[in-house]
Design a protein around this ligand. Sequence first.
Ligand code: GLN
Ligand code: ZN
Length: 760
Amino acid sequence: MTVTVATLGFPRIGPRRELKHALEAHWAGKASEVELLDAASGLRTAAWARQKALGADWLPANDFSLYDHVLDTSMMLGAIPERYRSADGEAALATYFAMARGTTGGHDGCGHGSVTACEMTKWFDTNYHYLVPELAAGQKLALNRLKVVDEYREAKAQGYATRPVLLGPVTWLSLAKGRGVDPFEMLDEVLGLYAAILGQLAHAGAEWVQIDEPVLVLDLDEKQRRALTRAYAKLSRSGPKLMLATYFGGLGDNLSFAAALPVAGLHVDLERAPEQLEPLLKAAPKSLLLSLGVVDGRNVWRSDLEALLDRLEPVAATRDLVLAPSCSLLHVPVDLALETKLGEVAEWLAFAVQKIEELAVLKRALNEGRGSVADQLARSASANASRKASPLVHNPAVAARAAAVTEAMGERQADISERAAAQAAVLDLPAFPTTTIGSFPQTAEVRNARARRNRGELDAVSYEAFLREETERTIRWQEEVGLDMLVHGEFERNDMVQYFGEQLSGFAFTVNGWVQSYGSRCVRPPILYGDVSRPQPMTVEWWRYAQSLTDKPVKGMLTGPVTILNWSFVRDDQPRADSCKQIALAIRDEVADLEAAGCKAIQIDEAALREGLPLRRGDWAAYLDWAVAAFRLSAAGVGDATQIHTHMCYSEFNDILPAIGAMDADVISIETARSQMELLEGFAAYRYPGAIGPGVYDIHAPRVPGEDEMVALMQLAQQHLRPEQLWVNPDCGLKTRKWDEVKPAIEAMVAAARTLRASA
Ligand code: GLN
Ligand code: ZN
C-alpha cells in the first residue's frame, strides 16, 4: 500500500507578505494591473516549487487568491450583485476589488461610482474573513472568470500536475445571503456551472479535483443534506475524480453520510477529531481514497511523529493513504526559518513549510520503515521532550494558583443594582453618560514613532515623552468636548492583544509569522507557549498619568482573557480553558492594581468572546461556561464601587444573551449603529439588568454622523431599555479613524447626550 502527501492549500501572502505589498501598491496607483498579476504569478510559482521540493505529491492549484477564495467562487459563478455591474465587464479586476473593498467613486471608482463592499465575516472558527456571497431573487448566474482552469494550466505549463481546489457548491450556498430568495433555490443552476467547470478541468488534464465542503463538520439541516446528495451524485460524473475535503472539526453525525457520498476520496480532520479515524475506517469502502489530516493546520506546534506513526502504521498496512495537514495551511505562518527571535521556543514549532516536512517524514516512515527516517524522528522526539520538560513552559506557582481558584473568586460582593448605587455615588455621572471605547486615532505620526522605536532610531525616553504628549492632548480634548468618562487613548499599544502578550510571561512573538486576516491584511498572532504570569503591572502607569491630568474619571483599559486566548496561537498540551484561566488570573492582578491606584472604572474588552463559539451548537455550553468564568475571575476581585465595563464589537447576541448576562459586568458597550438598535430587543426580552452603551457612531466608515441621527438611535434604544441603563458611546475604538472625523463625530455625540438629558 502506498502513502502520499497532499497539501490542501498553501499560504498566499508569501513568506514576506509580498502579496500585501503588491496589492497595496496597485490600489495606491503605484503598480499597474500587469505588475500585480506578475507578482501574484511569481508567488504561485514559488509556492508550487516549494511544496514540491518539500515532498508534497499532491499540489493544490487555485488555492491562491488575490483577495479571498469565497469571492473568487462568487466571481466564477457570476454571482455579482447589481451594484457592481459596470461597463468594465464582469471579469474585470476592478469589479473584483469593488466587491472586496467598495469604491469611493471618482477617480478610483473605475466606473462603479460609490459602492460599499460586500459584507465580510469570519470563515468558520478561524480569524480569516471571507466576503459573503449575495444572491438576489431572479438573479442569473453564468460562468465568468475561470481562474481555476487558468491556474491549473499555469502550473501545468511549469511542469506541475496539480489537484485544483474548488470551494464546494453546498458550502458556498450555505455561506450565501439571499435577498428575497433562498440561495438553495439556485442549487441546480449552481451545480450546472460546477459540472461545466469540472468538465473544463478534465479537458485541461486534471485527474483529480479537491472540493472543499467544510459544512460537513457542522450541524446540517435536511436541506443541506439533500443538496449534498444531489450535488455529488451529479459532480462525481462530471470528469475528474473528486477529493471531498472536510475540516475544522469531526464529521460527527454526518460521518456515514459523508463516507457514502459517491466521491473518489475523502479528507478528514484528525487533529480536531482524532476519534473519527476508527468509525471512518469502518464506514469507508476500500475504493474511497482517504486523506488524513494528521498535522495541525490551525496551530503552530510540531507534531508528535512517533505517536502518529503508531496510529497510522496499521491503517497504511491495509489501504492507500494520503497524509495532509488538517486543513489548508492558509491559517499558519509560512516559514519558521525566517524567525530569529524565538530562542528555545522555535524548536517546538512548525509553520507551513515545516508541516509539509513532517508529512514527508511520516510518508517515508510508512512506505520504507521508520529506520529510513530515524534521524528526523529522533530530532522530532527530542524537541517534543524538551518542550514537555521545559521550565519555560511549566511554572509550578502558576499551576498551584490556578488549581486554587474557587467559584467565589468570580463573584462580586453585591448584586448589580446595589453596585450601581455604590458606583453612582463615587462617579457622579449625568444621565446618558458619554464615553468612548478606548483608542483614539493611531495617526501616521504615532505609528511612525513606534516603528522608529522598534528599529532603535528613537530612544525609550523620547518615545515615552512623545506618547505622553499624545495622551495629554487627548485628555485635554476629551475634557474640552465634554465627555463624561475619559480614556487615555491607547497610543502606547500596537495591538490590543500583542500589547498584553508582550508583557506577560508565557507568550512569544514572531518577526515574520504573518497570517492572512483578509485581503492584504495580515496579523501576527502571539504564541502562547507556557504558564502565564504577570511579572509587573502592565497599564497602571499610563492610567495614573492620564488620571493625573484631569478630574474626570479615566477608565482603565484592559483586554480580557478570552480575547487574548482567541487571538493567539495557544498551547495544545492543556485545555484552552486552563490557559484562559491563567490569563484571567494575570488580568485579575492588573485589575486589582488599577483599583489600588485609585481607578474607579475598568474596562475589560472581550471583543473575541463570541467568535470563539464552537462550530457545533452542542459544544457551546461548555465553551461559554469556562469563557464566562474566566471573564468573571478577571473582573470580580474589585469592590462594589468599582465599575467594571466590558466591550464587544459585534451584534449577534441573541443566542448568547444568558452568557453575556452571566458575565455580570456593570456596563457593556456593543456595536449597534448599523442595526438600528434592533438587538436591544433581545436584551430587553432577557431583562438585562446592567447598563448598556449601544454604539451610536459607526466607526467602520469615514462618515461623520450628525447629532440628530444619534439622538434618534438613542430614542430607539429607549424603546427597549430604561433611560438609566443607557450610556452614549461609539461602536468601537477610534484607532482606525482620523482626528478630523473623530472630532466632529464625538462633538455631535456629546451634543446628542445633552439633548437627551434635556428632554428626559
Ligand atoms: N479598547 C479597544 C479600542 O478601543 C477595543 C478594540 C476592539 O474592541 N476591537 O481600540
Ligand atoms: Zn470593538
